[in-house]
Design a protein around this ligand. Sequence first.
Ligand code: ZN
Ligand code: ZN
Length: 391
Amino acid sequence: MEIKRLKAEVRNKVEAQCREVTQLSLKIHDNPELGFQEEKASSWLINYLEDNGFRVQKCVAGLATAFQATYGQEKPRIALLAEYDALPKIGHGCGHNIIAASAVGAGVASKLAIDSLGGSVVVLGTPGEEVLGGKIDMVKAGIFEEIDVAMMVHPNTRNLATSQTLACISLDVEFFGKSAHAAAQPYKGINALEALILAFNSINSLRQHIKGEARIHGIITDGGEAPNVVPAHSAAKFLIRAPDNAYLNELKEKVLNCFKGASLASGARLEYSWGEKTYAPMRNNITLARLFRQNLESLGRHVDFFDPSFGFGSTDMGNVSQVVPSIHPMVAIASPEVLVHTLEFASAAASEAGNKGLLDAAKAMAMTVVDILSQPEMLDKIKQEFRSGHD
Ligand SMILES: [Zn+2]
Ligand SMILES: [Zn+2]
């Protein structure tokens, strides 16, 4: 009975913040900032949390736009993660404005649960999710050592309680050849672009013999200067993704061999560097995902639990999920034809359906906070599942 009453209270508290959180979401949407440059977004979120009685620590983990906002003193400590970085040219095509606004809305509503049940809620501002891996820095800095459970909700075109995401690492390559007149003395040149094309073709051959979920994809960032000059330099950026870290390591070696082989064949010297941060795959805490699903369904949404065929790239929430029991569910804000990382999805993130998705996500997270704080045996079960799944 107590649980039911508290859930109704936190839901109402989200509803009562409807204007503020929607405005926050739309303001962030209208002012898209790239990863690690989210000064406006982080300061608006911090101001809102401070106004609502949270103790805020800025610049955590050495990241200027990361923050930690806490309400309550006791254990357990439940983290709600906000993302707020945008994509170049398409702005909030990943809808991170909704992630941010739903996390702060849920955080402020969860105060009611903390006041009556104890524990703490920590809204974590996690910048640079797209490629920069801000959460990886935060994990390394030990930000999650004091956290018991972590959750965030990502907008999408489906309501889904779990996410299958891939381990991912980036690879930068360069070939150094020798320029020459492409018609008069081509035999005196070494063609760095051809080396890169050979490597692309080797990777395409490799692709038919890799595991279905793995992905290898890249772009050429330098392919020469003029058609009548043998390119002396070429460069490319690749991303390599796999369902787990062991297979990622296997693939890294195979992909690198494609570049080494191309270097040998063309005579162009290879230089390469692996990205410093590896995105880990998502470990979904099933106990936590079930609680969240029930809560989101109580708001009138149909929520699928698991769909391995529903593609999602990689997220640094995967790294958080390796150290703390976590969920990264999806809330639908657009119809299934709309693709994430597009201008269409960016407009959905500022639509009526986007605002509804943000409120539902906030309510479901706040109700899940009530579940965790009111049933200590549930938290034990969440932690036990986390420990038993660790190798
Ligand atoms: Zn994205
Ligand atoms: Zn995203």
